[in-house]
Design a protein around this ligand. Structure first.
Ligand SMILES: [Zn+2]
Length: 277
């Protein structure tokens, strides 16, 4: 089945991963800017990283017929350094008109600190001034519920923000309803153990439906699976969900969200006969 992985950090993955994803039906991915595993020392370090995202990864992906898109920001883990963050935010507009850039992300909170909130709001302000989509990272484990509430409150208090142009990622059982009820898009991250396993993600779909929700691998340099979306497809089939429902979550929904960006280009899709035909 054709699918899109809307959140994966291919800079950390091998070319073999691109190959395996293509064989499983991946037609497009989007790669948010994130933490390198260490704090970068300067805005120039981010400039080189952004060049990698908008120039190098699209070429690697294209070798396997996969379209590559990206999101730009300084992530919440580095946001404690407010002056560096401001230098990076000031530099982002240099890249916003590059092909394949979908917007600002993944911005959010990590430890829910005051500085993280300041940098988050300045990113949102940039997105509003430049009319860009937003991709949100919500915090991990014990910080998730409080951090998600803080993020949603900050977004709702900025009257320029249209929730239909924002995706709140890494939602889990206890945060999905708040994001959906606010009119936002949601992403569920399929990790082998933490965040959502494919089984938990299917449980959430069965409870909350298929509107404005998608799934991603968030594959990166940590324990993660670049084929997590195909695992989700298998779990949906195992439980007897129709192909049209599965396709909505792994393809139609990300397409609907991404089409709001002027720089989105339609991927070439295979036309598949209905199963059993
Ligand atoms: Zn990520």
């Amino acid at each position: 089945m054709d699918y899109i992985d809307p959140h994966i950090h291919m800079i950390s993955r091998t070319t073999d991963d691109y190959h395996r994803m293509a064989r499983c039906g991946c037609v497009a991915i989007s790669e948010p800017a994130f933490w390198a595993g260490f704090d970068r020392g300067s805005a120039d370090g981010f400039r080189d990283y952004f060049r990698h995202l908008v120039e190098v990864e699209p070429r690697r992906a294209a070798q396997f017929g996969i379209q590559h898109y990206s999101w730009l920001c300084i992530n919440a883990k580095e946001a404690e350094n407010v002056s560096l963050s401001r230098d990076v935010i000031a530099m982002i507009p240099e890249f916003l008109q590059k092909p394949g850039v979908l917007g600002i992300g993944e911005i959010g909170l990590n430890k829910n600190t005051r500085n993280e909130a300041i940098v988050f709001q300045e990113h949102v302000d940039l997105a509003m001034r430049t009319n860009e989509l937003i991709l949100i990272h919500t915090p991990h484990l014990e910080d998730k519920l409080k951090g998600t509430r803080m993020i949603l409150d900050m977004l709702k208090s900025d009257r320029r923000v249209n929730p239909a142009r924002v995706c709140v990622d890494h939602v889990e059982e206890h945060t999905v309803a708040a994001a959906l009820d606010g009119g936002f898009w949601c992403g569920m991250t399929l990790y082998p153990t933490t965040k959502c396993t494919p089984q938990r993600a299917v449980d959430i779909i069965e409870r909350h439906g298929t509107e404005r929700i998608m799934v991603n691998s968030a594959g990166d340099w940590g324990k993660s699976d670049p084929l997590a979306v195909p695992e989700f497809i298998l779990e949906m089939r195992r439980r007897g969900h129709p192909e049209t429902v599965i396709r909505k979550i792994v393809l139609d929904n990300p397409l609907a969200f991404f089409r709001q960006s002027a720089r989105w280009r339609e991927p070439a899709l295979r036309v598949e006969a209905p199963r059993g035909a």
